[in-house]
Design a protein around this ligand. Structure first.
Ligand code: AMP
Ligand code: MN
Ligand code: MN
Length: 319
């Protein structure tokens, strides 16, 4: 795909990403936004995303995001959904539905393609890597665009460590760091650094974690009361599930936080044997083979029971 070809003649272009935007979502949306502003100066380009976490404030143009999902555009000539299918666009889904033409760029295996034109590459590390691919005129890339895309790739690959990191991922990252931003500082400040409160909740979640299925699964949970006590927002819980996955002998890690009286947002991580995208899809969520998510109704115990049934089934098939 050449994104400039797709954008040809579009007077109003909208860009959206998934609810609770992560590094890849913010990085790909802002990288594409900054690029389209340069490549299509005659088009009006607007980005619709929930307010990104404070750690992403180093990305250029963040204050131009329409975080309240308001616009004076009646119907976009082109709307581009990034890092998700249209169902998780939140307040931007209506603009996608009403747009004259839609493009969907994503790397989630669960995304069957919800645009008129789709570029869904489940093997790609991140949507940010795909944005680099759809930019044909690489000469227009500048330090700010490169930084945004690098942040997205770095976050979705766990600093180029997870198995979604390919030779192409590293070649793209190599190109991006040649623009000269301080990548080492970016990694520390956006990926590893945690606030005191974030570390406290992480500690608590690890302390209260439970091993089950003969030590092949681990689960932990943070309830609403605890979130309120620490004044924590969902983004403060990022990384907990990855730490759980690092437990020796564990094939599958489950972390959930309470979103309502009988509702939890569940994150799943696998060490390779269990395809957690399949598990999440079964309950209406999605993601990748080794990292997936879903929102589920019920008590903590109901949810663990339901998930472990699907996980055990996969482990039985493979052993
Ligand atoms: P999380 O554990 O929420 O960080 O999500 C892990 C991966 O699964 C990320 O790539 C998410 O974008 C994806 N994911 C999470 N929730 C959903 C969902 N409800 N539907 C589709 N993909 C999801
Ligand atoms: Mn994402
Ligand atoms: Mn992603």
């Amino acid at each position: 795909m050449n994104i400039c070809e797709e954008a040809k003649g579009a007077a109003a272009i909208g860009i959206g990403g998934h609810v609770r935007p992560d590094g890849d979502c913010v990085g790909s949306a802002m990288g594409l936004y900054l690029y389209l502003k340069k490549a299509c100066p005659e088009s009006r380009v607007q980005v619709f995303l929930e307010k990104p976490a404070e750690i992403f404030s180093c990305i250029a143009g963040l204050d131009e995001i329409h975080a309240d999902f308001a616009t004076d555009v009646e119907a976009f000539d082109l709307f581009i959904a990034l890092d998700t299918s249209k169902e998780r666009l939140g307040g931007a889904e209506k603009y996608f539905d009403e747009a004259k033409k839609t493009v969907n760029i994503d790397h989630h295996i669960s995304n069957k393609g919800s645009g008129d034109v789709n570029y869904i590459m489940p093997k790609a590390s991140s949507t940010s890597e795909l944005i680099y691919n759809v930019i044909e005129d690489k000469a227009l890339i500048d330090e700010e665009i490169a930084k945004a895309l690098y942040i997205g790739m770095m976050h979705d690959t766990g600093v180029f460590q997870y198995s979604n990191t390919s030779p192409d991922t590293l070649k793209t990252a190599a190109e991006l760091i040649s623009y000269g931003f301080d990548f080492s500082r970016l990694i520390d400040e956006t990926f590893y650094e945690k606030t005191y409160v974030q570390n406290q909740i992480l500690g608590r979640a690890l302390l209260e974690s439970l091993l089950f299925m003969d030590g092949r699964c681990v689960v932990s949970m943070v309830d609403k009361k605890t979130m309120d006590f620490y004044r924590a927002v969902p983004a403060d819980l990022d990384g907990i599930v990855n730490q759980l996955r690092n437990t020796r002998g564990v094939e599958c890690a489950i972390f959930m936080y309470q979103t309502n009286v009988l509702e939890y947002k569940v994150s799943l991580r696998s060490n390779g044997k269990v395809d957690v995208a399949k598990v999440a899809e079964f309950f209406g969520g999605g993601g990748h083979m080794r990292a997936a998510g879903v929102t589920m109704p019920g008590t903590f115990h109901d949810i663990v029971n339901n998930l472990s049934g699907r996980i055990a089934e996969q482990l039985r098939e493979k052993e």
